[in-house]
Design a protein around this ligand. Structure first.
Ligand code: COA
Length: 377
């Protein structure tokens, strides 16, 4: 009886489970800050390397700090021959989220300090993961196409190096800028599902690699990070702006979920969207993709008019990555390349004031009963 009266917060909707100093989500103003800086301000004025530093260390770097951090990150980018050999063996039709999840787990097995949760060691692990995840994503991307991995180039910045490792060339500065902006916008978002998963794992005093492996599993789902891929599949299904109005009218008439719209916390818009939308429009101008912008607008206008539902970050990010030339199944791994900053910051924050995360449940199964003899079952 008592169990039936228990208030249940399905999906932990509205539940505050802990404090964080990493980022602040403000649904009342639809805004987001990392360590006190508005995310749009960071996207406009900082490179992603500076934002990563801010997320971990709480302050933007001085030039001296930035130089030292960049040197370290560039020095950590290479993968071992063993991991590269393992990547070559991954099934070619597996999803790249599964392969990066496995590569992160492998990196943990290779790190003799994996189990050491000393703060300085963990900070170093975060930088190693930040440096090596892009290399692992790019190596797998090429291997599945039957191409050789391209080693990281320590003379290149974080974003430039990722394109170099995927495609063997560095694109126009506008493309790099758009990618870099997306990295900043995707970096951190308080207690979203994957970050919370990483904190749950960390709360058992497990290691950072295990926490990040679990977070990647959570991010993969289409209700979370997988939405940026789903958005592009949807836009391709629509085909062109001429077909967009009919398509969205049908989707709404059939009460379908339109990918890239809605958010558990933001109900009146997502502050990351205008910045990413502008970057997408820039991309469309350079890459002859203006019909995608028209299609995107028709769907978004209709969602707002008919359902009062706003787009989330995945909506402009999906087609932006498509125009940059990435395969669709690489979009969520690219989200991982960015979100490793937020996940690792939360792992360290959880450890600094740890309490095992262990919620309760209200039982709704059979009343207690006795095991009958086998011939009476
Ligand atoms: N398309 C159509 N309707 C949507 C919608 C969408 N993308 N998102 C929410 N809605 C509708 C729901 O059907 C519901 O309608 P109802 O009250 O008539 O039943 C209402 O809006 C409230 O939605 P709800 O499912 O309660 O919100 P939530 O907080 O549980 O869900 C998401 C949030 C993200 C899971 C949900 O918006 C969604 O599935 N979006 C698509 C996937 C996506 O883009 N994910 C990335 C998130 S960053």
């Amino acid at each position: 009886m008592a169990e039936q009266e228990t208030k249940i917060y399905r999906g932990l909707d509205g539940v505050v489970v802990d404090e964080t100093a990493v980022s602040k989500v403000m649904p009342e103003t639809n805004s987001l800050t990392y360590r006190g800086y508005a995310v749009q301000d960071l996207a406009a004025n900082c490179r992603f390397e500076e934002v990563a530093y801010l997320i971990w260390f709480g302050e933007l770097p001085t030039q001296t700090h930035l130089d030292a951090f960049i040197k370290k990150e560039r020095g950590y980018r290479s993968l071992s021959d063993d991991l590269l050999a393992a990547i070559r063996l991954y099934p070619k039709d597996s999803h790249p989220m599964d392969t990066i999840r496995t590569s992160v787990s492998f990196l943990g097995m290779e790190d003799p300090e994996a189990e050491n949760n000393d703060p300085a060691i963990n900070q170093d692990k975060a930088i190693k993961l930040f440096a090596r995840i892009p290399t692992a994503v790019a190596a797998d991307y090429r291997c599945r196409k039957g191409l050789d991995p391209i080693p990281p180039d320590p003379s290149l910045g974080f974003a430039e190096n990722f394109f170099h490792m995927c495609f063997g060339e560095v694109p126009e500065p506008e493309v790099i800028r758009c990618f870099d902006i997306s990295m900043t916008l995707y970096a951190e978002h308080s207690f979203n599902a994957s970050t919370f998963a990483s904190r749950v794992i960390t709360s058992t005093l497990s290691d950072m690699y295990s926490a990040v492996t679990g977070a990647i599993g959570a991010l993969k789902g289409p209700l979370h990070g997988g939405a940026n891929e789903a958005v592009m599949h949807m836009l391709l299904e629509i085909g062109s702006s001429n077909a967009a109005q009919q398509w969205i009218d049908n989707a709404l008439a059939n009460k379908g979920v339109v990918m890239g719209f809605g958010h558990r916390v933001y109900k009146n818009g997502d502050s990351r969207v205008p910045t990413m939308h502008d970057a997408f429009v820039d991309m469309a101008k350079i890459k002859d993709g203006e019909d995608w912008v028209r299609t995107e607008k028709i769907v978004a206008d209709t969602m707002l008019r008919e359902k009062d539902i706003h787009p989330n970050l995945d909506y402009p990010a999906g087609p932006a990555y498509y125009l940059m030339g990435f395969d669709i199944d690489l979009f969520t791994p690219i989200f991982v390349v960015s979100r490793i900053t937020g996940w690792s910051a939360h792992v360290m924050e959880q450890l600094a004031a740890n309490r095992l995360i262990r919620p309760l449940s209200a039982y709704n199964g059979q009343a207690q009963r006795k095991v009958p003899a086998i011939d009476k079952r």
